[in-house]
Design a protein around this ligand. Sequence first.
Ligand code: PLP
Length: 482
Amino acid sequence: MDATEFRSRGKEMVDYVADYLANIEQRPVYSDVKPGYLRSLIPTEAPLEPEDYEDVIKDVERVIMPGVTHWHSPYFYAYFPTASSYPAMLADMLCGAIGSMGFTWASNPVCTELETVMLDWLGKMLKLPEHFIAGTHGQGGGVIQGTASEATLMSVLAARSKAIQQVQASNPGLPEAQILPKLVAYTSEQAHSSVERASLIGGILMRKVPTDDNYAVGGVMFEKMLEEDKAAGLIPFYLCATLGTTPSCGFDHITELGPICKKENMWMHIDAAYAGSAFICPEFRPLLNGVEFADSFNFNPHKWLLTNFDCSTMWVKKRDDITGVFKHSEQPFYLKHDSQDSGLVTDYRNWQIPHGRRFRSLKLWFVFRMYGVQGLQAHIRKQVALAKEFESLVRADQRFEICAEVIMGLVCFRLKGSNQLTELLLKRITESREIHLVPCQLSGRFVLRFAICSRTTDSRHIRQAWNHITRLTSEILQDPDQ
Ligand code: PLP
């Protein structure tokens, strides 16, 4: 494909994308393909000779679309949202065209510099404490990770390095291998599975802290566990608190947990993967109080801030802590550059697991400028209002119960009575393919999660979804076999 053909094919692709998104409601939100569906639709080997673009694009509808779950359909209410907006998609296109790697400042200066400034902009939107803002002389600052999972892993590794250093400072000569088995990290029993994975990769013990009636971790239970573990000779060194847990959007009490971590000299990381975007709204910002105690904080603009995947923003109080993870690894000759010791530049490869990195800040720059803070706040507020609307519909129907406080865009609900009834309802919903939800378990109960996901979801979709749920419910409850 040459530039001339790219011009015309590119315009056609933009039309295809615009049509796809404009008409997405007409597609069943949930794919009904069976495992292995794709193999019979395409050859077993890559083509030897080049094919025509026409033939490739024709196969998008035949091969690809049948297997797509349409996350941007207004009838998609599963998991948490994955963000999408036209400005972010256009920026991603430009990012692909520039196609430069930003592992060091010198490898693509604008990639590093725009990222640092965008994270400052976003940090200020969230009213993060000053120590998280890089500015020109800050000791902290922000970085874009691919996912919240990577951010959590980096925080575990940073906290581990720091803890080992501190133990060795008071026990000179004590080998790392003798310290590691004593280190213990903590997280909520409601934390995302990626937190436990981070501890597995980091080779440290992680204990799950039981939650209160609001599925949140508080200070009393946390302190009790710390005392038990210290008495057993363990060294508590890390806590991952969650703001907006995946099952029910619960909020750990970081104003209680933070001072405990400070007293115990432990690293506090905050995972606000979904809910973090809402803190740009003054009415939700109080939920972030206590962030001043955190060593690192992370959330995903790729979930709720209209920035397409991947874009997970992480701030650290002290950049030396995070870059310290890799300080013993050798710097290859080909990565050295004249500015690296100037104190003026960041080499982001030392803040993350992978070596390569895309120019992801371009998406943030486009999105921030084209929506403005007010446009982004309006998006969050609209989605929270839709969740409240759905909550009212559920509460008005005596057959159902709400299972967790609705604070943001997630409603957890179930049919009163046995778990089997709600399980059957979900089965019928999934088979219908009109809307898509996933369940969670709360206090041993089978619960449906209704998350407002698509940017285009409106009140009429909510009412339609509810009518669908109540119709299926009536069918189930009228069935004499139930
Ligand atoms: N943390 C929380 C609270 C989440 O809800 C999720 C995903 O939904 C994650 C972490 C994982 O996010 P990522 O896919 O960016 O790793």
